[in-house]
Structure formats: structure tokens, C-alpha cells
Design a binder for this molecule. Structure first.
Ligand SMILES: Cc1cc2nc3c(=O)[nH]c(=O)nc-3n(C[C@H](O)[C@H](O)[C@H](O)COP(=O)(O)OP(=O)(O)OC[C@H]3O[C@@H](n4cnc5c(N)ncnc54)[C@H](O)[C@@H]3O)c2cc1C
Length: 313
């Protein structure tokens, strides 16, 4: 009854309804996942605000996703509404070094815009796939820099569908973490502050990083979700790369069905074709155990496993 009323009010408010039983395979880079009960692509802020207000009013479980490059959906899909965020747009103030963008904007477009305006810093994030919203939520980063290094403020949507401006401290950024990961609040937009830098200097660094990433990161046709486990942060701020530990336990020789370890990077699990979420989770738990047995270290997942029934969490 609640679901029926939700759909009726949804149609009244948005003049369209979510799609039903949409396979999540096509909405994540792992190409794994059963059907979502409801699926809705949103391209403008007003619609997103209305949807957020409605799911909260009717207590419908939901998840906002970007490009699904950091997600492992369950074989059983998702009992609720998946909201695919396609709200895009960038505004630059070159004099102040500010870039403001909607959360559905691909990160690579923001990096390109920074280059065109001779604003440096973001070039370290060259090659990280996904949207700005996904990057903020997980504090994406590489080559010693993270999105939080440049973050000034953001706009989130509260459960009644209202906008709220919040500062950087609100996000409690840490290594591949922000409070958004826990609270599941929705990010509408964010503002970054960058430094002036010459275009040739930015381009040179982008090219270096592009070449280096090609050596170890899988090309787009390989199904994966980036690094599976978080690197180990030491008290002095340095990191032990998990790929190194996994190589030492011979991770690349282990497979579960079509779930494999990428030949060029032991911390990237790939779907060779028909891997299920269960195959990936089983492979991951074998690898975790091996690292625990040999090094006494507990690995934590960077990839986000989305349970089919979030109400059971
Ligand atoms: C080949 C490859 C290489 C990668 N390399 C890196 C790397 O070098 N560094 C790195 O940090 N990551 C890397 N990743 C992981 C991934 O690209 C990043 O985590 C990326 O920022 C995720 O963006 P997304 O839009 O795909 O988010 P999704 O995977 O769709 O979602 C990830 C999380 O963000 C949340 N989210 C997304 N949008 C919003 C929003 N608007 N409001 C609130 N929450 C939101 C989702 O709910 C989910 O919890 C890599 C992935 C791949 C496949």
C-alpha cells in the first residue's frame, strides 16, 4: 500500500514514474547485479529534491549512484529505489580559483575545465572514473592528493528535500572516507578551490599520470570497481599498498568462478564475464584471510557492497 501511494504521488509530483525491475548490471562498472525494484535517472536538481522528499516520506529504501564505478551490487538486486544522478554543470571563477559543479558531473570534465582555466591540483586525479558526487562521498584520490585537499563547501539535500550549504568540516574527510558514506546524505553540488598553474605544467603531470595508470589500471572494457581494499594507513601518515601484501600471498593464482585478480594489480578484482556478487565476495574473503594469516593485518573494503535488502542492514 505504501509503495502504491509512493508511486501515485511520485507520478503526481514528477509527471513520470521510476522504471521497474531494472538490471543493475548495466549501471555499474563491475557489470554485476540483479534487478532494482525501482530505478530513476535524474537530470535536474528540483526533481532530485522531490524524489528525496518522497522516498523519506514513504520510507522507501534508496541509494543515489553516480557512474557505479565503486559499487558491487548484489545478485538479488535492490529492494528499493536506485537514483542515478545525471545532474551536470560546471561554473568557474578563474580569478578566485573556484570551480563549482553539480554532483552528477563526471570528474574528468571538472579536471578538463581546471586545465582550460590554468587551475592546478586536480591533475593528480587524472584517470579516476565516476562523478563528482561519488568522488566527494568517498574522498577519491591518487598520487598523494584527494578531493578533500581542494574542497571548500558543498550543498546537500536534507530528508525533506531542502538544500543546505555545508562547509568542508561537515564532511569529516579521511582516507577514502567522508561522513556521507555513513549517513547516506545526498550531495547536490560542491565547490573546489584551486591554485593558478601554467597549462603546460598541468598537462605534463596529467600525461605522466595517464601513462603510469595505464600500466596498472584496467581499461574500460574490463569489469571491476578499482582497488578492492583500502591501503593500510600507518600512524606516520604513510601507506602500505595492499597490492604488495596480496602479491606476497600469491593472490593472482586464486580465482572463484569468473571472479579473478587482475594480472597487473593484485588489489583489483575483476569480473571475467559471468562472475556473481557471491563469487567476488568469496574471492575477497579468501584474500582477506590469507593476508590476515601471513601478516596479521585486517583488510577493509574500499569497494562498496550494496546489499539487496538495505532494511536488513
Ligand atoms: C578502473 C578504476 C580505477 C579507479 N581508480 C581510483 C583511484 O585512483 N582513486 C579513487 O579514489 N578511486 C578510484 N576508483 C573508484 C571510483 O572511481 C571512485 O570511487 C569514484 O569517485 C566513484 O564515483 P561514481 O560516480 O562511480 O560513484 P558510485 O560508484 O556510483 O557510488 C559510490 C558511492 O558514492 C555515493 N554517491 C555517489 N553520488 C552521490 C551523491 N550525489 N550524493 C551522495 N552520495 C553519492 C554512492 O551512494 C556510493 O556510496 C577507480 C575505479 C575504477 C573502476
Amino acid at each position: 500500500m505504501t509503495t502504491e501511494n509512493f508511486l501515485i504521488e511520485f507520478e503526481k509530483e514528477l509527471q513520470e514514474i521510476p522504471k521497474l525491475k531494472v538490471s543493475l548490471k548495466q549501471h555499474c562498472r563491475f557489470r554485476i547485479g540483479g534487478p532494482a525494484d525501482f530505478f530513476f535517472k535524474v537530470k535536474n536538481p528540483d526533481k532530485l529534491k522531490k524524489v528525496i522528499a518522497l522516498v523519506n516520506k514513504y520510507k522507501i529504501p534508496f541509494l543515489v549512484i553516480g557512474e557505479g564505478t565503486n559499487l558491487l551490487f548484489d545478485d538479488e538486486g535492490f529492494r528499493g529505489l536506485i537514483i542515478k544522478n545525471e545532474i551536470k554543470g560546471i561554473k568557474v571563477n578563474p580569478k578566485k580559483g573556484l570551480i563549482e559543479a553539480y554532483s552528477g558531473t563526471p570528474l574528468k570534465e571538472i579536471i578538463k575545465e581546471a586545465l582550460e582555466n590554468s587551475l592546478g591540483g586536480l591533475e593528480a586525479l587524472t584517470g579516476i572514473p565516476g562523478t563528482f558526487g561519488g568522488a566527494i562521498s568517498g574522498n577519491a584520490g591518487a598520487y598523494g592528493r584527494s578531493i578533500s585537499d581542494f574542497f571548500e563547501k558543498g550543498i546537500i539535500i536534507d530528508e525533506k528535500g531542502n538544500e543546505r550549504e555545508v562547509d568542508k568540516e561537515y564532511f569529516q574527510f579521511d582516507y577514502r572516507w567522508s561522513r556521507i558514506k555513513k549517513t547516506k546524505e545526498v550531495i547536490l553540488s560542491g565547490t573546489l578551490k584551486l591554485e593558478k598553474m601554467s597549462q603546460p605544467q598541468i598537462l605534463e603531470r596529467m600525461e605522466e599520470i595517464y601513462i603510469d595508470r595505464q600500466k596498472k589500471h584496467p581499461p574500460p572494457e574490463i569489469a571491476c570497481a578499482g582497488s578492492y581494499f583500502k591501503n593500510i594507513k600507518l600512524p606516520d601518515g604513510n601507506f602500505i599498498p595492499v597490492g604488495y601484501l596480496l602479491d606476497k600471498v600469491n593472490a593472482k593464482s586464486i580465482k572463484v568462478g569468473d571472479a579473478r585478480v587482475y594480472e597487473k594489480h593484485a588489489n583489483i578484482l575483476i569480473n571475467k564475464g559471468n562472475a556473481s556478487s557471491k563469487d567476488i565476495l568469496t574471492l575477497a574473503s579468501i584474500l582477506k584471510q590469507k593476508v590476515k594469516d601471513v601478516f596479521g593485518i585486517d583488510l577493509t573494503e574500499e569497494v562498496i557492497y550494496v546489499k539487496a535488502n538495505p532494511l536488513n542492514e
